[in-house]
Design a protein around this ligand. Structure first.
Ligand SMILES: CSC[C@@H](O)[C@@H](O)C(=O)COP(=O)(O)O
Ligand SMILES: [Zn+2]
Length: 207
């Protein structure tokens, strides 16, 4: 049983993460959505259609792990079901950050396989559990759809084969990165974005 985290602490961490992500250019227009777990069965999530670089407390609402708003008239992110499914799949996940960077959008379209394979990059060590650039790491890539229920089901099916780590890509759409808390999710996001930029450059120079 997880100790409940005060909503004010979680919301300021998400607002600050949004400013940082926006400064990197990873959430243009109203793209992206963020969440953090409040307890075993609740999470704070961004409201739909808000600019993620200019969030305030009024742009966040509490949902249950089926994605249903609790005592709020705000509309939760259109992609809330992916966040809540991750919390259901792994009780250690404490925060999820979804971004729309150029690198994740383009690389996920170039990659035809269901997995993006990365090897040989020192920055792989920014991803929890990695001690060497020599390891081969794989990130799941899902085809994009507007049907979040269907995408959440595909995520759960892939997870059954083996639990996913750090994040996944949605083709032509962006990245979902997670961690035990907002800080770890930010590190995974930053490390993955660096790896995507390197991999794109490698494929450009050595097709
Ligand atoms: C700017 S279009 C992006 C949206 O379609 C969606 O993918 C997204 O990330 C933001 O949706 P939101 O409902 O604001 O959380
Ligand atoms: Zn999105």
């Amino acid at each position: 049983m997880r100790t409940a985290i005060p909503s004010a602490i979680v919301s300021s961490a998400l607002i600050e993460a949004g400013r940082w992500i926006d400064a990197q250019g990873w959430c243009p227009a109203t793209g992206g959505n963020f969440s953090a777990r409040l307890s075993d069965d609740q999470a704070l999530v961004t409201a739909s259609g808000r600019h993620k670089g200019r969030l305030t407390d009024e742009d966040l609402l509490t949902v249950d792990l089926d994605g249903q708003p609790l005592e709020s008239k705000l509309k939760p992110s259109a992609e809330t079901l992916l966040h809540t499914r991750l919390y259901q799949l792994n009780s250690a996940i404490g925060a999820v950050l979804h971004t729309h960077s150029v690198a994740s959008t383009v690389l996920s379209r170039l990659e035809r396989d269901d997995w993006l394979t990365l090897c040989g990059y020192e920055m792989q060590k920014s991803l929890s559990g990695n001690q060497s650039h020599e390891a081969t790491i794989q990130l799941a890539v899902f085809d994009n759809t507007q049907d979040m229920q269907a995408l959440a089901e595909q995520l759960a099916l892939r997870w059954q084969q083996a639990p996913l780590n750090w994040g996944f890509l949605v083709r032509g759409h962006g990245l979902y990165a997670w961690g035990h808390d907002v800080n770890e999710a930010r590190r995974h996001l930053e490390g993955l974005e660096f790896l995507f930029a390197c991999e794109l450059e490698m494929r450009r120079l050595r097709p």
